[in-house]
Design a protein. Structure first.
Length: 322
């Protein structure tokens, strides 16, 4: 019987996918909570046929060369793949896969939850009760922003951005969007969304939600200048990548009151440390990159990652190639 292929899995993923890999390959599993240190990652990747990686693992030329010529596939347990040097993989004939589609609705749910939590000051209200400050009902206590009938600006109109627009319809919101390419008239009509230049979107929107990939072009897309163009009292939501926002500029806009608040699922860097200035601001809600963190979604991600890995090991086209 031929030897089974060797694979490195850089963190424990749900059994829905890990069991599929274990059934067909010899698995070296990094089971610690934190990612493997770089030097250990370079050591343990040597001689493997496949790599199942996470966003926290930098897959670059150095790592690919450490793995050696036998590496056939890198399967990323994520939709994003900015941790992977795709060009370096292509030069070496290494297939790259990701897990799109399965976390679209779950991420849009979280983005809308952040929008609502910041608008209605849910974290602050919880603290108000927990700190025993709730003495009576007050007509001016913890006033927030209305969501129904407000204007939602969506930057990035891919799968998740469109699902955000779909959710906005249930609240009677007017939706503007900006993207590299304009959606079809049919999609715009279905989602009641209007293509709008970025500057106009920022100026008109009560809520701005980010759903764009992180590229050289979008790095710090929301900088001090962009924040200054936003409507005073608006709310920013980011579930894309932390680097899309200049966090120093964001802290300034929140501190001055130019923005009512912000809800962030992603930060730069990640993880955010407890002494970060944003965490000292009562109008900034930060959660630890949990947009896809539902049981069903993480299981489906694991299954997709396993399918990509196993197809690459067999020399077959990946179901979800990058």
């Amino acid at each position: 019987m031929p030897d089974r292929p060797r694979v490195l899995v850089t963190r424990r993923i749900p059994d829905a996918g890990l069991s599929l890999v274990s059934a067909q390959a010899e698995v070296d599993l990094w089971s610690e909570e934190l990612p493997p240190p770089r030097e250990l990652l370079l050591e343990r990747v040597r001689g493997v046929d496949g790599l199942l990686s996470l966003l926290t693992d930098r897959v670059d030329a150095e790592l690919l060369d450490a793995a050696g010529p036998g590496l056939k596939v890198v399967s990323n347990y994520a939709v994003g793949y900015d941790n992977i040097d795709v060009a370096a993989c292509r030069v070496r004939g290494v297939a790259v896969g990701n897990t799109p589609g399965v976390l679209t609705e779950t991420t849009a749910d979280l983005a809308f939850a952040l929008l609502m939590a910041v608008a209605r000051r849910i974290p602050k209200s919880y603290d108000f009760v927990r700190e025993d400050r709730w003495q009576t009902w007050g007509p001016m206590t913890l006033l927030g922003k209305d969501i129904h009938g407000a204007v939602l600006g969506i930057i990035g109109f891919g799968r998740i951005g469109r699902e955000m627009a779909r959710r906005a319809q249930g609240f009677g919101m007017r939706t503007l969007y900006f993207s590299r390419t304009q959606a079809s008239p049919q999609a715009e009509a279905e989602l009641a969304a209007t293509f709008t230049p970025l500057d106009a979107l920022l100026a008109e929107s009560d809520f701005v939600s980010l759903h764009t990939a992180l590229t050289d072009e979008t790095h710090h897309l929301i900088d001090a200048a962009a924040l200054s163009r936003m409507k005073r009292g608006a709310i920013l939501v980011n579930t894309s990548r932390g680097g899309v926002v200049d966090q120093v500029a964001l802290a300034g806009a929140l501190r001055s009151g130019d923005l009512f608040g912000a809800g962030l699922d992603v930060t730069d860097p990640e993880p955010m440390r407890a002494d970060d200035p944003l965490l000292a601001l009562p109008n900034c809600l930060v959660v630890p990159h949990i947009a896809s963190a539902s049981e069903r979604t993480r299981d489906r991600m694991a299954q997709k990652a396993a399918a990509n890995l196993l197809a690459g090991l067999r020399g077959e086209p990946l179901p979800d190639p990058v």
